[in-house]
Ligand binder design. Structure first.
Ligand SMILES: C[S@@+](CC[C@H](N)C(=O)[O-])C[C@H]1O[C@@H](n2cnc3c(N)ncnc32)[C@H](O)[C@@H]1O
Length: 254
């Protein structure tokens, strides 16, 4: 059996800032190894905002840096768990990394009846050309990726993001990211960019980790809920991560 985890781990390693995803097998392995965990984390993040979300009849989700769209699975499952109809759920996923495109197409094909779309296009360009709204903007392991691999473009990205939030009257930004210093900094950068743009918001942030001796405490430590991984063939063969492990910042725009 091919095991691509060593290559993925090299990309994700704290000290690496140059080697990005660079192989089609690597991105497939990523889905099998991380998919359940990342999807579950997003599910629990949406659940933490349930008091608001349960009032909504319809939800437009936009994910920048969607890759294999694990946030689609987490957020749609949560929507269904609240007893809402698929027809009232809308998803737009954006990524500029070519390696993900076959997977993004596969994910779209998995939901033939739903309003699920993925684009290999800049999200800001897309939204400049449409009246479509955004209720929840998801940044799922994306901010750390960009701050790490494209640091020079990061501030410009945050400026575009705050303009998008204002234009589309986004109601929530959901950040789910790795518990490393770089993503703690990236989340704080985002909060500061919102403040600088005079966007009024409330936020709650937490981490599933206990105190980390190197990184410290981001915000409150949240209990780690367990989740089920229904495909036993995948579990037996690929040994996916079985626990949630991220930091999360739920930003409620006022
Ligand atoms: C660690 S992956 C996370 C993918 C994902 N959301 C998931 O379900 O696992 C981070 C992704 O962010 C993408 N990304 C980074 N900067 C971006 C940008 N400015 N616009 C679109 N995608 C970006 C990268 O190409 C990469 O696929």
């Amino acid at each position: 059996m091919t095991n691509c985890y060593a290559c993925i781990n090299r990309v994700h390693r704290y000290t690496n800032t140059t080697i990005h995803y660079n192989c089609d097998k690597m991105v497939l392995y990523y889905v099998l190894k991380h998919g359940y965990r990342f999807g579950a984390e997003v599910f629990f993040e949406f659940q933490r905002a349930q008091r608001d979300l349960s009032q909504w009849n319809e939800m437009y989700v936009a994910s920048i840096g969607c890759g294999p769209c694990t946030e689609l699975f987490g957020s749609l499952l949560h929507w269904r768990t609240m007893g809402k109809q698929d027809a009232m759920y809308h998803y737009r996923g954006f990524d500029l990394e070519l390696l993900w495109y076959p997977l993004m197409n596969q994910v779209r094909a998995f939901f033939p009846l739903d309003d699920v779309a993925t684009y290999g296009q800049d999200a800001f360009d897309y939204y400049r050309g449409t009246q479509e709204r955004i209720d929840v903007l998801v940044l799922n392991y994306m901010l750390s990726d960009m701050k790490k691999f494209q640091p020079a473009a990061f501030n410009c990205f945050l400026n575009n993001l705050t303009s998008l939030v204002q234009e589309k009257q986004v109601r929530f930004i959901m950040v789910n990211d790795i518990y490393l210093k770089i993503s703690l900094e990236a989340s704080r950068d985002l909060l500061n960019a919102l403040i600088a743009s005079r966007i009024r918001f409330g936020f709650s942030a937490g981490q599933y980790h206990g105190l980390n001796q190197f990184i410290g405490l981001y915000r409150k430590v949240m209990p780690s809920p367990s989740f089920t991984m229904p495909n036993t063939a995948i579990v037996n063969k690929y040994d996916p991560f079985r626990t949630v492990n991220s930091i999360q910042t739920i930003i409620r725009i006022q």
